[in-house]
Design a protein around this ligand. Structure first.
Ligand SMILES: Cc1cc2nc3c(=O)[nH]c(=O)nc-3n(C[C@H](O)[C@H](O)[C@H](O)COP(=O)(O)OP(=O)(O)OC[C@H]3O[C@@H](n4cnc5c(N)ncnc54)[C@H](O)[C@@H]3O)c2cc1C
Length: 591
């Protein structure tokens, strides 16, 4: 019997695995997708090879790329962007690591509290989470982003919005700032040359400004895995989990099994309570199933698959909130066309942001060409000007919202993508019961009934709609202020990649699945440590840092409750995931 089984090696799971392995527990980390152990041999910078959701090496699908991707039903025009594989969706992520706004926690007592989703506060205070934020920020580590031309243009626009620059970790007012991100700052030759022979570790360290954050970071060449620039968990917490005996006295390496899709969580009655006892998983390559027991099970399969696994395991759902409350920051996309170079496709993907607590935020997002084309196309208004929906959506952008086609599109792209500047609109959206994951009526796959993700797109709350319009207007003003000749609003269909709260914790028993310690209300010894545990959409800040801070807290809580351990976050110092002892052990392990 294991001490702990963690299901899913994405943003949250490896944090629990590494922290508990460091405390000497016997941890099994099960990941449904592939393990890219040698990215520089397996990956390319070709966009279709990497990002194609059906066949790319970064997709939600099995290890064998000849097999189809795994299906999920979306009942509306939308795109669900969650990956399988060790690192999960952080393989794609941009590493942006802002903290949640204090207004989404239950110790917020400022007069503007009504501006937030107060009905769905976190069941504890911001001050409670700060030590965990600090722990993760030191572990990943989180640093101020490297910047270049696109950030200069973006900040020029911010300066015209009448808001100040700020550089604190905690954001309390309207402001703009360099991102705090989980990408190692460039050092040595990195960022100073494009000569590949000079851009090799250890001459180059950290981000080489290659512009391909999106496609799984493998920079700089020759660096040990735990020194890769972007701190996706395959480069940070997973190496820590696998080498826990080297960097922590009493640590014990975790066992990682990829290609291992968990299909069942097992339970038994003990003393009148339902208790989790273990899991069954299916190995993709052979089709064999395996069962192991554990004292504690932690679900970290993400906002869509954690509820699916819950439903497929027949676990209790007495208040009907399993899978409900799906928040997605109801994004939008606004971009400007410039008559000079903006550096749109260069450098770390997203290094500048703007904050409007109570409404949401904006961030600059640089993209390579194919994803730029995707971003300009995925509209809920269709071809701009053609449908009633988009004709109503007018504002400080040019013409109605919607996607561009024909001569207009050609004209926009005639200067190339490095004359564009993109702004992602991140809405502070409400937890709403009707936005949810349910079992699909489509045929089951080899892992059981598949998930259906359902957003009632046109029934979003008034506050959510107000916030999105407010932020889209600020985005357009920012771009005009930066000197854009034309500004376009796409009115994105849900691009579901900042995902939160489908297994939420919170203050009210009748709308939550988890206790404030992230343990299931109805199954003891069963925890959730991924974005689905978040109480709400954080006010708009990108979710992964908060998930990782919460996962650290969850690991500490379950260690105390079920293993008699002492808490550590307030008494010890964190070890950075770049620690050279980890590099040495990875080399010994051939990783
Ligand atoms: C393009 C893009 C950019 C992003 N940029 C940022 C950013 O800059 N900052 C930020 O904070 N966030 C960003 N995000 C979001 C970020 O990736 C997620 O917040 C984070 O990955 C969520 O972590 P998670 O553990 O909830 O889920 P995931 O990372 O999706 O991990 C879940 C894992 O569980 C595995 N799994 C699923 N089901 C099972 C099962 N039954 N058995 C075993 N394993 C299973 C999956 O294969 C997956 O590996 C971005 C996302 C995208 C797509």
């Amino acid at each position: 019997m294991r001490d702990v089984i963690v299901v899913g090696a994405g943003g949250g799971g490896p944090v629990v695995a590494a922290e508990l392995a460091a405390r000497g527990l016997d941890v099994l980390l099960l990941e449904a997708g592939p393990r890219h152990a040698k990215p520089r041999e397996e990956w390319t910078h070709f966009e279709n090879d990497a990002n194609n959701p059906l066949t790319g090496f970064l997709r939600f699908g099995p290890q064998d790329r000849d097999k189809p991707a795994w299906f999920r039903e979306w009942s509306q025009n939308s795109f669900l962007w969650q990956l399988s594989g060790v690192g999960g969706t952080t393989q794609h992520y941009y590493g942006n690591s802002p903290r949640a706004y204090p207004g989404v926690f239950n110790d917020y007592d400022k007069p503007d509290a009504y501006n937030y989703d107060v009905a769905h506060w976190f069941p504890f205070g911001y001050s409670e989470l700060v030590p965990y934020y600090e722990w993760v920020e030191a572990t990943l580590p989180v640093q101020t982003a490297a910047m270049g031309t696109k950030e200069e243009v973006y900040f020029r626009g911010c300066e015209t919005l009448g808001i100040p620059v700020q550089t604190r970790k905690t954001t309390t007012g309207n402001s703009f700032r360099p991102q705090e991100n989980a990408i190692l700052q460039p050092g040595g030759t990195a960022g100073r040359t494009t000569r590949t022979e000079l851009l090799q570790y250890p001459k180059a360290i950290g981000c080489t400004l290659c512009g391909y954050c999106f496609q799984g970071c493998m920079q700089p060449p020759r660096a040990p895995r735990n020194q890769f620039a972007k701190r996706s968990t395959d480069n940070s917490y997973v190496p820590m989990a696998l080498t826990a005996d080297t960097w922590k006295r009493g640590g014990r390496p975790a066992t990682l099994l990829a290609d291992s899709f968990v299909t069942q969580v097992h339970t038994e009655e003990r003393g009148g309570e339902l208790v989790a006892t273990g899991v069954t998983w299916r190995t993709g390559e052979t089709g064999e199933t395996h069962r192991e027991d554990a004292k504690v099970v932690v679900l970290s399969a993400g906002c869509t698959e954690t509820p699916r696994l819950w439903f497929n395991s027949g676990l209790p759902n007495p208040n009907g909130w399993v899978g409900r409350g799906y928040t997605d920051h109801f994004f939008d996309w606004v971009f400007g066309v410039f008559d000079h170079e903006t550096g749109n496709s260069k450098g770390p993907g997203s290094s500048a942001r703007t904050e409007y607590p109570g409404y949401g935020g904006l961030e600059n997002v640089g993209l390579p060409p194919a994803i730029e084309a995707f971003a300009m196309t995925v509209s809920d208004s269709g071809i701009r000007g053609q449908y009633a929906n988009c004709r109503g959506m007018t504002g400080p952008w040019d013409g109605p919202a919607g996607r561009l086609v024909g001569p207009e599109l050609k004209e926009v792209l005639s200067g190339g993508i490095d004359r564009l500047l993109n702004v992602l609109v991140i809405t502070d959206d409400d937890v709403e019961a009707q936005n949810r994951v349910v079992p699909s009526a489509f045929p089951a796959d080899e892992h059981g009934p598949v998930a259906k993700v359902q957003f009632r797109q046109r029934q979003r709350s008034r506050r959510t709609l107000r916030n999105r319009e407010f932020m889209a207007r600020r985005a357009a003003e920012l771009l005009r202020g930066a000197g854009a000749k034309k500004v376009y609003r796409i009115d994105w269909a849900p691009v579901i990649l900042h995902v939160q709260s489908t297994m939420r914790m919170g203050e009210r028993d009748n709308e939550t699945v988890l206790t404030p310690e992230a343990e299931s209300r109805w199954v003891k010894r069963l925890y959730v440590a991924d974005n689905s545990a978040l109480a709400n959409s954080l006010g708009g800040p990108n979710p992964t840092l908060t998930t990782q801070a919460l996962a650290t807290r969850t690991a500490e809580k379950l260690y105390q409750r079920y293993f008699g351990g002492d808490p550590w976050v307030r008494t010890e110092s964190p070890t950075p995931s770049t620690d050279p002892r980890i590099s040495v052990r990875l080399a010994q392990l051939g990783l």
